[in-house]
Design a binder for this molecule. Structure first.
Ligand code: PHE
Length: 333
């Protein structure tokens, strides 16, 4: 019987070595080591042996045979699993250098172009760039800017409210001026900063207004800053951004956060004017909200629309088309 077992073991090992798929492997396992397999069948025949010693000896040979076949089967199973994994890796490999089609290269949107040029011009004049959050608290958007609750100037800002916290306490910022307060709170003066970003007003879109647009804020805080510094800075910016043939003027106006306040216009070489934005000397209450002592520090601020600049520069007559998905428009610039 031992001879028979050894022969069956050898046969099983040959068959296991010969299988070429996981399915064939399972079949051969069932037919050899499995419950109804050839090797397992010897176990049932042990009972027929009369002597205990013989039963033990033959039993050990059966166990050996099954263990050897099992080890061979396990080795084959691992081999198949590795092959599957290797094939999968090869199939899923991504060649990052592969060129699938000739790439088409886009370019920045005209508003992005204007934004970047404004940053270039102002950093050239010595300003640093800061950014603040688009979702603001009432405090930063209004109160710290000298617009306490129920201040009439709030009604000029058609505000989008965010459903968060106490009703009315969270807004989509209506201008970039709240970033002035954040900069004052975080940067020790002197401060020469510009703050570009997206702003929101609950307005019906028309040729000159959109509910989402962009502004750039300027803030200078130093000792002995006067209105002359504001006028000089606007003039230097005008020449650097628009060209030598352009000039600027300030017109008296009102903003709660500046005193005195002025709107500023740019004069084209042909003598016509572009109304650009608001400006003024930072109000003492605003300096205080920013954590600065108005006896020690003074400054000016200004703010204007970036979309408006892009519109002017490219002679776009309806601001809405700048955000349309019409590639014929976008690809012109
Ligand atoms: N925040 C003002 C606006 O949105 C513009 C402004 C900025 C005016 C800074 C004065 C100083 O209209």
């Amino acid at each position: 019987m031992i001879e028979e077992i050894r022969a069956a073991q050898a046969d099983a090992l040959v068959r296991l070595a010969a299988v070429s798929t996981p399915i064939e492997l399972s079949d051969v396992i069932a037919e050899t080591i499995g419950k109804k397999g050839v090797l397992a069948a010897f176990r049932n025949r042990l009972g027929g042996l009369v002597s205990v010693d013989e039963r033990k000896a033959v039993g050990a040979v059966v166990n050996e045979a099954i263990a050897a076949a099992q080890a061979a089967a396990d080795a084959r199973r691992t081999e198949f699993a590795t092959a599957v994994r290797t094939a999968q890796l090869a199939a899923e490999r991504i060649d990052l250098t592969e060129v699938i089609a000739r790439p088409t290269r886009g370019h920045s949107h005209i508003v992005t172009q204007a934004w970047e040029r404004l940053e270039d011009v102002f950093t050239g004049l010595g300003f640093q760039v800061a950014e603040g959050p688009e979702v603001e608290t009432d405090f930063y958007n209004f109160e710290a800017l000298n617009m306490p609750p129920s201040h009439p100037a709030r009604s000029m800002h058609d505000t989008f409210f965010v459903d968060y916290g106490t009703p009315g306490s969270t807004v989509l910022r209506t201008h970039t001026s709240p970033v002035q307060i954040r900069v004052m709170q975080h940067w020790p003066p002197p401060i020469y900063a510009i703050m570009p970003g997206r702003v929101f007003r609950n307005e019906t879109p028309d040729a000159t207004h959109l509910p989402v647009f962009h502004q750039i804020e300027g803030l200078v805080i130093d000792r002995h800053i006067t209105l002359a510094d504001l006028a000089g800075t606007i003039e230097a910016f005008t020449k650097a951004f628009f060209g030598e043939g352009f000039s600027s003027r300030l017109r008296p106006s009102f903003f709660p956060f500046t005193e005195p306040s002025a709107e500023f216009d740019i004069r084209r070489p042909d003598g016509t004017w572009i109304e650009l934005g608001g400006s003024g000397m930072v109000h003492p209450n605003v300096l205080r909200a920013g954590g600065l002592d108005p006896e020690e520090w003074s400054g000016f601020a200004f703010g204007f629309g970036i979309d408006r600049m892009a519109k002017e520069r490219h002679g776009v007559d309806d601001i809405r088309v700048m955000y349309s998905d019409d590639l014929r428009f976008v690809e012109q610039f």
